[in-house]
Write a protein that binds this ligand. Structure first.
Ligand SMILES: Nc1ncnc2c1ncn2[C@@H]1O[C@H](COP(=O)(O)OP(=O)(O)OP(=O)(O)O)[C@@H](O)[C@H]1O
Ligand SMILES: [Mg+2]
Length: 252
C-alpha cells in the first residue's frame, strides 16, 4: 500500500551529469507541506542544479521528482502552475519599471489584471514607497529588487515557492524583512524551499539539507544538526559537517 504522507516535494535518486561531471549525485528527500526547507552547501555543491530540475527547467539524467503528487517529467507544465521560482541570477527586466515587470510576468502566467494591480499596491505598501512606476528596476536598491523578484514569483499564487539565494547582497535589515515575508507565506500554508549561505537564516528553517559535492550529507532540523555536530551554532555545525564529509571522501 502506498504510504500517505504530507510530502509536497518528493525526490528519489535524482542525478544530474554534465558530461563526465556529476553535479547532483543521487539525492533523495521529501519536503512537507507548509515547511520552510533550507538548502545549504558550499559553492558548486549542486543546489541550483537540483532546484532547476525540481522546477522542470533542467532535465535530470535519472531519478524521479514529484511535486504536489505530479510527476515533473510527465507533466512539467502542470507543475509550473503550482510553483513560483526566484532564480539565483536576477531575471527581471532591469530597463523596465517594477510595475511593468509585474505586468509582464503576470501576463505570462495569465493572472487577471485586477489581481496584478492588487499585488502591485501590496508590494508598494510593503516597501513603503508611493509608486513603483517611475523608476527603472536597475535603479532599485538590492533589497527592493529581491522583493520585486519575489512578488513576481508569487503573482500566480503558487503553493510551492523556490527561492535560490534570495538575500545575497541584501543588507541585514532587508534580509530580516525578506524572512518576515517568508514566514508570512509559510503561515499561509505555502511550502518554501530556500537556499542560503547565511547560517542565521538557516536557523529560521524547519528543516535543513546540507549538500556537499552533489550529495545530501545531512537532513534534519537546525537543532538536531547542531546536536549531531556538537556545535553551539549552525555555522560551526555546517563547517564540521562539510569537513567530516571531505575527510570521509579522502579516506575512501
Ligand atoms: N550547465 C552546466 N554545465 C556544466 N557544469 C555545470 C552546469 N551547471 C552547473 N554546473 C556545475 O555543477 C556544479 C553545481 O553547480 P550549482 O550551480 O548547482 O551549485 P550551487 O550549489 O548552486 O552553488 P552556489 O552556492 O555557488 O550557487 C558546479 O560545479 C557547476 O560548475
Ligand atoms: Mg546556486
Amino acid at each position: 500500500m502506498e504510504m500517505i504522507d504530507d510530502a509536497v516535494i518528493n525526490i528519489e535518486n535524482l542525478v544530474k551529469k554534465f558530461g563526465k561531471f556529476t553535479a547532483v549525485n543521487n539525492i533523495s528527500f521529501k519536503v512537507r507541506k507548509g515547511e520552510v526547507f533550507g538548502f545549504l552547501g558550499a559553492n558548486g555543491a549542486g543546489k541550483t542544479t537540483a532546484i532547476r530540475m525540481i522546477c522542470g527547467l533542467l532535465e535530470p539524467t535519472s531519478g524521479d521528482i514529484q511535486v504536489s503528487g505530479i510527476s515533473v517529467k510527465k507533466s512539467p507544465e502542470k507543475v509550473k502552475q503550482k510553483i513560483g521560482y526566484m532564480s539565483q541570477k536576477f531575471s527581471l527586466y532591469t530597463d523596465l519599471s517594477p510595475e511593468r515587470n509585474m505586468d509582464f510576468f503576470g501576463d505570462i502566467y495569465g493572472v487577471a489584471k485586477d489581481e496584478i494591480k492588487k499585488k502591485k499596491s501590496f508590494l508598494a505598501q510593503q516597501l513603503d514607497v508611493p509608486s513603483l512606476k517611475s523608476i527603472k528596476t536597475a535603479d532599485l536598491p538590492m533589497g527592493f529588487k529581491q522583493r520585486l523578484g519575489l512578488a513576481c514569483a508569487l503573482l500566480h499564487d503558487p503553493d510551492i515557492i523556490f527561492l535560490d539565494e534570495p538575500t545575497s547582497g541584501v543588507d541585514p535589515l532587508g534580509r530580516r524583512e525578506f524572512w518576515e515575508e517568508i514566514y508570512r507565506l509559510s503561515g499561509m500554508d505555502k511550502t518554501i524551499m530556500v537556499t542560503t549561505h547565511f547560517m542565521d537564516e538557516a536557523e529560521y528553517c524547519d528543516t535543513i539539507a546540507i549538500m556537499n559535492f552533489g550529495r545530501v550529507i545531512d537532513i534534519a532540523s537546525p537543532d538536531s544538526i547542531k546536536k549531531k555536530y556538537s556545535s553551539a551554532n549552525l555555522n560551526d555545525a555546517f563547517i564540521r559537517a562539510i569537513e567530516m564529509d571531505r575527510k570521509k571522501m579522502e579516506d575512501n
